[in-house]
Design a protein around this ligand. Structure first.
Ligand code: GUN
Length: 291
């Protein structure tokens, strides 16, 4: 049976470390690091994530603020708000929750956030810096993946890593981070031929496809380390009529029988992502104003 990589516990440790560093920032700078989260529209899941980010930031002693904008907010109004936050010295981190309503151009929005305040690490300048081996602000979920591999004492040099999913949010940046640690990295995706065989090559398998329980035991080599980034809500009639439950991209029960270590959903990369967002906010504050 695989070791369970307990993201909840590791995230708690990380938040404890951050609390001390935030206190030291406050005593030197006379203000708390500030995180501003912007959400447009009323997607219930996105609102849950945003509340969790706000709560986590205040718990470590940061100033957390959420801008909740109506679904019919214009692109111009959103860009104007971002320019205001860019210019505000008390704002260290800016995050626009995705997805955005269809009438707003996501690329334009992400390009408008100051790269120095881009705590998601989605700005092309930060993505480019990561790609050339000079990471500055790195996307939160990939950072959480690396931290869990470190805790699991996975020595990546020379190992085969397969990342399933090629998004800018997870797939591409996590591949860059694994490569920087000298893994041999394959990025697979929905059009990859014989995906199961490609995945079976992996010593480290990162599932970031967003398809509920797609990765079964037949995708996993005996003794592999499996990181499940998926958060999918599925119907769960066994819990009662109309009930749902959260599952990852990995069939946990069967994969846990062959893997050496595996992250659960929930309680794996979810809490790690939020803790890494806080780490990025403090890092962004220190980059702009010093420690
Ligand atoms: N929506 C889903 N994941 C993310 C994320 O990491 N950052 C933002 N801003 N929105 C998301």
């Amino acid at each position: 049976m695989a070791e369970i990589l307990d993201g909840k516990r590791v995230a708690e440790t990380l938040r404890g470390e951050l609390k001390d560093r935030v206190a030291s920032f406050v005593s030197k700078r006379g203000r708390a690091p500030g995180l501003d989260v912007v959400i447009v529209g009323d997607d219930p899941a996105s609102h849950v994530y945003v509340r969790a980010k706000e709560k986590a930031s205040t718990e470590v002693g940061m100033r957390g603020r959420v801008h909740r904008l109506a679904v019919d907010t214009t692109e111009l109004a959103l860009l104007t708000l971002l320019e205001t936050l860019n210019a505000d010295d008390a704002v260290d981190g800016i995050l626009v929750q995705l997805p955005l309503p269809k009438h707003i151009d996501e690329t334009k929005v992400l390009d408008t956030i100051s790269p120095w305040k881009d705590v998601d690490g989605f700005h092309p300048e930060n993505a480019g810096l990561l790609a050339v081996g000079r990471p500055r602000l790195v996307p939160c979920t990939p950072m959480g993946c690396m931290r869990l591999l470190e805790v699991a004492k996975v020595s990546l040099a020379g190992l085969r890593a397969v990342v399933v999913g090629r998004s800018n949010i997870v797939g591409k940046p996590v591949a860059q981070l694994l490569l920087a640690q000298h893994a041999t990295v394959t990025i697979a995706h929905s059009r990859t031929k014989d995906l199961a065989a490609v995945c079976r090559e992996a010593d480290v398998l990162v599932a970031a496809v967003g398809r509920a329980e797609m990765i079964g035991a037949d995708f996993v080599k005996e003794g592999a380390v499996v990181l499940d980034v998926g958060i999918n809500r599925i119907d769960a009639p066994e819990l009662g009529a109309g009930k749902t439950r959260l599952v990852g991209d990995v069939r946990f029960d069967e994969v846990a029988k062959v893997a050496r270590a595996i992250t659960p959903v929930p309680g794996g990369l979810g809490p790690m992502t939020i803790a890494c967002l806080l780490a990025n906010t403090l890092h962004a504050a220190e980059l702009r104003v010093g420690r």
